[in-house]
Ligand binder design. Structure first.
Ligand code: ACO
Length: 326
């Protein structure tokens, strides 16, 4: 049976580090409040690089590790909620910069679940036989849509990009099963408005303003804990394997307390949940790709290891992938 396997990973983060103490000079907050409520100690904030710049760098690193040439890539998906333009897509900009002249390219919006939605979409193209090799990138410059006067949101997020190259394989391993979900009735838990309707027939009455992220934090918290546990249970049941067989769980990196509660509810030791949110904050669609690249680069994942990737985010959306490393 043909499967989609991961043959390269990459990440890229802006150099500029913003610590919790730096933030306390901008809004009324403290390192103590942020680190105890979220686990976040610092984040990277772009001082000039755009989403497609970060995505290109992560994509290039994943491509180099895969051993493929740019022209071998058939599909580029960029998951982001902070694109450079409404049009063109970041994926098309990346395609040009990489020289991936044979690739179809599009962006995908599933907020913090973007990497999972992107990888599952690429998997379908690969399994159907339409494409052989796909580059999936999650990339964000969330700093441009944060309200830097709202201490309840601006302390949580950071900029960055993570990428995977996926390829068709007839061997063992790869994506064993996956799950995608959405609950649009909760769309107002996390929002970032686009431009208002404004044309010769409509005066929106709104003077131009930059879109900003708004969040119902406690609702998101509850949704996140529930969907992490539900998604893991769904994958285990579909694949007919036990939780003891899972070496690592890479959850979307939003908040340490969310991950700790999920670990407690599902009774999987917290040590098996990879966490780097202390360093990068919540990088939305980028977080799972960044974490996967760190585990792979640190030689923490061996052939045959089973790993779960699980995301949750605005929409609300959630999704997960069970991988066997090959
Ligand atoms: N510094 C200091 N005080 C703060 C800050 C801050 N950065 N932010 C809020 N407070 C204050 C509030 O004003 C409030 O003060 P008050 O009691 O005087 O009114 C107090 O702290 C408690 O505020 P709550 O909002 O009740 O704090 P809570 O314990 O719920 O923690 C948090 C807030 C961390 C956002 C939590 O709700 C959470 O983790 N939610 C999950 C949301 C999340 O992780 N979102 C990430 C994006 S979503 C995604 O990735 C899918």
């Amino acid at each position: 049976m043909s499967r989609a396997v991961i043959i390269g990973t990459g990440k890229y983060l802006p150099d500029n580090i913003m610590t919790n103490d730096d933030l306390s000079n901008i809004v009324d907050t403290s390192d103590e409040w942020i680190s105890t409520r979220t686990g976040i100690r610092q984040r990277r904030i772009s001082t000039g690089m755009s989403t497609s710049d970060l995505a290109y760098e992560a994509g290039l690193r994943a491509l180099n590790k895969s051993g493929l040439r740019p022209e071998d890539i058939d599909l580029i998906i960029c998951a982001t909620i902070t694109p450079d333009y409404f049009m063109p897509s970041c994926a098309c900009i990346i395609q040009d910069r990489l020289g991936a002249v044979n690739a179809a390219a599009f962006d995908l919006t599933a907020a913090c679940t973007g990497m999972i939605y992107g990888m599952v979409t690429a998997e379908q193209f690969i399994k159907s036989g339409m494409y052989r090799n796909a580059l999936v990138i999650g990339a964000e410059t969330l700093s441009k849509v944060l309200d830097w006067e709202d201490r309840s949101t601006c302390v949580l997020f950071g900029d960055g990009a993570g990428a995977v190259v996926m390829a068709k394989s007839e061997g063992d391993g790869g994506i064993l099963t996956s799950n995608l979900e959405a609950d649009g009735s909760k769309y107002d838990y996390l929002t970032c408005e686009a431009v208002p309707l404004e044309n010769p027939y409509v005066d929106s009455g709104i003077t131009h303003k930059v879109p900003r992220i708004r969040m119902l934090g406690q609702e998101v918290f509850k949704y996140a804990v529930r969907t992490i546990t539900d998604n893991i249970n769904t994958l285990l049941s579909r694949a007919q394997i036990s939780k003891e067989e899972i070496k690592f769980i890479i959850s979307h990196q939003a908040n340490q307390r969310i991950i700790e509660q999920a670990s407690k509810f599902i009774k999987i030791p917290i040590e098996r949940f990879y966490m780097n949110l202390d360093l990068y904050g919540n990088t939305s669609a980028a977080s799972i790709g960044i974490a996967l690249d760190e585990l792979v680069s640190g030689n923490e994942i061996k052939k045959g290891d089973k790993i779960i990737l699980v995301g949750f985010g605005g929409g609300m959306t959630s999704g997960s992938i069970l991988l066997e490393w090959s």
